[in-house]
Ligand binder design. Structure first.
Ligand code: URA
Length: 428
């Protein structure tokens, strides 16, 4: 078998076999394929697509050429969740302790933020001392002991994804449904558990802007999961407006703590609840009404909040920050934006992603540092009734405010009448 034969077959729109894909990915991870040949393969795939079997075989080759972490052995119920990334997305911080407090172990490997999308690891690192780097044996021990882990992905899981992703980024081949599906699913299938829920964000602030494209991606990811024997549900959720009432690292931890402690509810809780309902339905066949009650009870009883504190403590985070969130230091400059008319306020997720980046809460390049105390607090949440003069939101930053002011322009609208808005579009 020759690499050029595989590239030309894909260039001419033929279906690649499992053997060919295993051979190609095997060579890629051994660094035996030069970048220009990998790039040619990616472009041929981008232009000609892949069948569902091909995408599944590609994913399988990506999984098999790395380590596999087996969580299934810990419990008959085990679960993982993935979000395709959004503005103000702190769902993992709320969901993991809730599900773990209901007796279902969760190992969640997360990423850092890049561009407008925040990363769970950065949020957790805003808690002083929090350790995101755990070895496979530490992950398994913590999962056995408390049923909840949130940590960085170990480099040995699906190693080809990093090679493919870096080349896709510089060859304009990111937006390919089979390449996105195999990228996401290879990392998820490398952690063996029973059920997988994917929160696929759709809208202005997401990489999937169009619901029909999102459906195609969702169906392909589900097909790959099922072919690999994994129970799977894909939730299509709104990303036209930011999630919850905060964007930024410390600010999002504060919101997660307030939701877990039962002090406040927000759209972040609604999304969390929808995911939790699917998990309980898939793994334990529990009805929607009963599952919703179990989730509410995990908050009311304090069990979910205690679980979060256990997780923070075991991963060396300073729990006193979780017990008293006023300890988190926000950035020095606070820009308050007021309503110039009365009505219903609507925020633009894309614009708030940019505001968050400029405030210092995000990073433009991987090597940039971030300001944990920067970000946005929505004094009035999306769709809320406001009066002229009310403070709508506050931007915290240590940066020059001129560019912030420009960016704030056009980031929201005040409408005379209320809009019908959905948080969850559909579940596939
Ligand atoms: N997220 C991933 O992990 N991979 C992609 O290709 C796109 C989004």
């Amino acid at each position: 078998m020759r690499i050029t034969d595989i590239i030309s077959k894909k260039r001419d729109s033929y279906e690649l076999t499992k053997e060919e894909l295993d051979f190609f990915v095997g060579k890629v991870v051994k660094n035996e394929v030069p970048d220009y040949q990998v790039a040619a393969f990616l472009m041929a795939t981008y232009l000609n697509g892949m069948t569902a079997d091909e995408a599944s075989n590609l994913t399988n080759a990506m999984v098999e050429t790395g380590d596999v972490l087996d969580i299934e052995g810990i419990s008959e119920f085990s679960f993982d969740k993935h979000s395709t990334g959004g503005v103000g997305d702190k769902i993992t911080l709320i969901l993991v302790p809730i599900i773990a407090s209901l007796g279902i172990p969760v190992v969640k490997m997360s990423g850092r933020g890049l561009g407008m999308t925040g990363g769970t690891l950065d949020k957790l690192e805003s808690i002083p001392g929090f350790n995101i780097h755990l070895s496979n044996s530490e992950i398994l021990k913590q999962a056995k002991d408390i049923g909840a882990v949130i940590c960085a992905q170990t480099s040995c899981l699906a190693p080809s994804d990093k090679i493919f992703y870096e080349l896709r980024d510089v060859t304009a081949t990111i937006d390919s449904i089979p390449l996105i599906a195999s990228s996401i699913m290879s990392k998820k299938l490398a952690i063996k558990n029973k059920a997988l829920i994917i929160d696929l964000k759709v809208g202005k602030g997401a990489f999937m802007k169009d619901i029909n494209e999102a459906r195609k991606l969702a169906n392909l990811m589900k097909d790959i999961a099922v072919k690999h024997g994994r129970m799977c549900k894909i939730i299509l959720s709104d990303m036209d407006c930011p999630i919850g009432y905060t964007v930024g690292n410390s600010l999002e931890v504060i919101e997660a703590v307030e939701v877990l402690a039962g002090k406040r509810k927000s759209s972040s809780y609604e999304i969390t609840k929808s995911i939790a309902v699917e998990v309980l339905g898939l793994l334990k066949n529990i009805s929607k009404t009963e599952a919703e009650k179990m989730v509410d009870d995990s908050i009311l009883s304090g069990k979910a909040f205690s679980k979060f504190k256990e997780l923070v403590s075991l991963q060396h985070g300073n729990v006193s920050f979780i017990e008293d969130t006023s300890k988190f230091k926000l950035s020095k400059i606070a820009v308050q934006v007021k309503a110039e008319s009365s009505g219903y306020v609507y925020y633009d997720a894309l614009k708030f992603g940019e505001i968050s980046l400029i405030s210092g809460a995000g990073r433009e390049r991987k090597e940039d540092s971030i300001d944990y105390g920067a970000g946005i607090y929505f004094n009035k949440t999306n769709g809320e009734n406001v009066k002229k003069g009310d403070i709508l939101f506050t931007v915290y930053s240590n940066n020059n405010t001129d560019t912030l002011t420009e960016c704030i322009e056009g980031s929201f609208e005040i409408k005379e009448s209320i809009l019908e808005q959905k948080i969850i579009y559909e579940v596939i």
